[in-house]
Ligand binder design. Structure first.
Ligand code: FMN
Length: 160
């Protein structure tokens, strides 16, 4: 029998950045904090993220067919906590940020370290999560900012 607590701890040994993944089409918008973002392919440009299959966000991503990955900077912990707060509605989460809409219509958070605006390419249910793969159609960055890091279940800052 797998020890789930130990599994979480070992998975937490992998230091990651923190992203907020957003989507919007008309009234249908959703966003959540994710560290499952990873790059997949350069040609074509593909990236992925995983979302719990019971999240109300899954049908929204599938319906909208587009999303943006917003890479958070070290001064955006409140945004990360807000978009990871199950008690907050999508409306309440979006009140925490100022943003513009990207080419795909997805919200791009002002002052994020970088963003990848994507068209949904494919999705795959795997275990208790859904893997969403997107093709990058637009991007941008603030190279002068410093990243927010997540490690062993807590936020960290990159040493200079
Ligand atoms: C740093 C961090 C990273 C996270 N990464 C993921 C992730 O990759 N996939 C996921 O499903 N949940 C992840 N979560 C949890 C979700 O952000 C959280 O469950 C959120 O409430 C999901 O939105 P929902 O409640 O509307 O489904 C993460 C939380 C934090 C704080």
């Amino acid at each position: 029998m797998m020890d789930t607590l130990e599994l979480r701890k070992v998975m937490g040994q992998f230091a990651t950045g923190v992203t907020v993944i957003t989507t919007q089409s008309g009234e249908d918008h959703f966003g959540f904090t994710a560290n499952s973002y990873t790059s997949v392919s350069l040609e074509p440009p593909l990236i992925l993220f995983c979302l719990h299959k019971d999240s109300k966000g899954c049908p929204v991503f599938l319906k909208n067919g587009a999303f943006a990955v917003n890479i958070l900077a070290d001064d955006q912990v409140e945004i990360s906590n807000g978009f990871a707060n199950r008690a907050l509605s999508a409306e309440e989460r979006f009140e925490l940020i100022s943003y513009t809409k990207g080419k795909s219509g997805s919200p791009i958070i002002d002052e994020a370290m970088g963003y990848l605006d994507c068209r949904l390419s494919s999705s795959l249910e795997s275990g208790d999560h859904v893997i969403f793969i997107g093709e990058v159609i637009d991007m941008g960055q603030h190279p002068d900012k410093r990243p927010l890091i997540y490690f062993q279940g807590g936020y960290r800052e990159l040493m200079p």
